[in-house]
Design a protein around this ligand. Structure first.
Ligand code: URA
Length: 431
């Protein structure tokens, strides 16, 4: 149905309704989303409406309809021909969050297909495609046919989400980004879930990050976002669960594209940082349970080396060379501890901003990223340090970037006398 076949409404009436706290009807929502996507509603009107939703929210019925209307603006993928269950993961974004890289091949090695449509990074959180593009030759863009073929042969694919999925979201997200309306739970939930439901996965686990390096700064906000998204997924027939996970501290030991690929390969080889391994296994267990394969222990499969085999095949299928040396930045700078003690806190946001300033991330979506740029941290909260020990190594191809990155890191690490209490990586499970 195109908009000329639909009931028509006055956009100003709809803006006034949301401004005054009233609910929109289903036909109003269907028309609004379709007309906006078709360019029949002005950006300033949609901005006003998004701001009204930011303040007054959407009722559960409105949110379900809003999400369904966004899905209906594009194509829906279908993996029924694979003859295997499918599961996917979505992270709300964090610093050093390279989990998709070891997770997708691990779950595939357990017999569940993983269609992982990913994005590029914007701001201080890195994007999965930027990380993989640091592997020489690797290509992010695939046709739907090629994606299905790789899923069939190898079991996992990580590629760019095509423009066909929920195009309403692409337009609306770009508008929200420049109108201060990103941080709204119903708008975030409908944005993420419209794409994930359209993608056609059977099971979905959401990694909802909490802390300084995340969208959601408190556990309460993160839990509300997680419950909202789990509700939307479940209502749409996708077996959906969520883990609330810590993003006060960055994940692992590195933030930056090639640096994170290296760390992910270490995990697939049976090593890697303990927190990355723990979260990879926790999310794998959720995906396997959602796909009806909760009897498989992903830790055994990781130890067997089968996930590494899938990784190599997956990279090769997208023209990447899994044996090629990863790019390294041409300049490094080391920061040393100024006292003895125990690392108390390592602030995720500061580390993410420093990696971004060093060239690992982009300010505008058309900016290039440096493959080798980023931050390595040599201590995590709880580690003992001695004055003069290296605590950070900064990597960049453009040394003029060291100064602003060093300023971001000035207070990122605190060192004290007492051993701090350990904080878990997984804070709660919802679903
Ligand atoms: N990621 C999305 O895809 N949408 C949002 O609204 C926020 C984060």
């Amino acid at each position: 149905m195109n908009t000329s076949d639909m009931a028509r409404f006055d956009t100003v009436d709809l803006i006034r309704a949301k401004r005054d706290g009233d609910a929109l009807t289903d036909p109003q929502i269907d028309w609004l989303i379709r007309a906006y996507t078709a360019g029949q509603i002005a950006d300033e009107q949609m901005s006003a409406l998004a701001m009204a939703i930011f303040f007054n929210g959407l009722e559960p019925r409105e949110l379900r309809r809003w999400t369904a209307a966004m899905i209906d603006t594009g194509e829906r993928l279908n993996f029924a021909s694979l003859g295997r269950p499918t599961a996917d993961k979505h992270s709300t974004g964090g610093v050093g969050d390279k989990i998709t890289l070891p997770l997708a091949p691990l779950v595939a090695a357990c017999g569940v297909a993983v269609p992982q449509l990913s994005g590029r990074g914007l701001g201080h959180t890195g994007g999965t495609l930027d990380k993989l593009e640091s592997i020489p030759g690797w290509q992010a863009a695939l046709t739907n046919e090629r994606m299905l073929a790789i899923l069939d042969q190898i079991g996992a694919v990580i590629c760019a989400a095509g423009t066909g999925l929920a195009p309403a979201d692409k337009k609306l997200y770009a508008l929200r980004d420049v109108t201060g309306t990103v941080e709204s739970i119903p708008l975030i939930a409908s944005s993420i879930m419209s794409k994930k439901i359209a993608e056609g996965t059977g099971a979905l686990v959401l990694d909802v990050k909490v802390g300084s390096g995340a969208f959601m700064k408190t556990t309460e906000q993160a839990a509300e976002l997680a419950r909202t998204m789990v509700g939307l997924g479940t209502d749409a027939g996708v077996r959906t669960t969520a883990l609330l996970t810590d993003m006060a501290t960055p994940l692992g030991r590195t933030a930056g594209n090639a640096l994170e690929v290296r760390e992910s390969v270490e995990v697939l080889a049976g090593g890697g940082p303990a927190d990355v391994v723990e979260l990879t296994l926790a999310l794998a267990r959720e995906m396997l349970a959602g796909a009806g394969r909760g009897d498989i222990d992903p830790a055994d499969v990781l130890a067997s080396g089968k996930a590494m085999d899938v990784w190599r095949a997956m990279i090769t299928a997208q023209s990447g060379d899994p044996d090629a040396a990863l790019p390294v930045a041409s300049h490094t700078e080391v920061v040393r501890a100024d006292r003895d003690g125990y690392a108390q806190t390592l602030d995720a946001l500061s580390v993410g901003l420093a990696a971004w300033r060093l060239g690992a991330g982009r300010a505008r979506k058309e900016d290039p990223v440096q493959a080798g740029a980023g931050v390595e941290w040599h201590v995590r909260p709880g580690d003992a340090v001695r004055r003069g020990d290296p605590v950070f190594t900064l990597h960049t191809d453009t040394p003029v970037r060291f100064e602003p990155a060093l300023a971001d890191l000035a207070d990122a690490l605190t060192i004290g006398d007492e051993l701090p209490a350990a904080t878990p990586v997984v804070l709660a499970r919802i679903g």
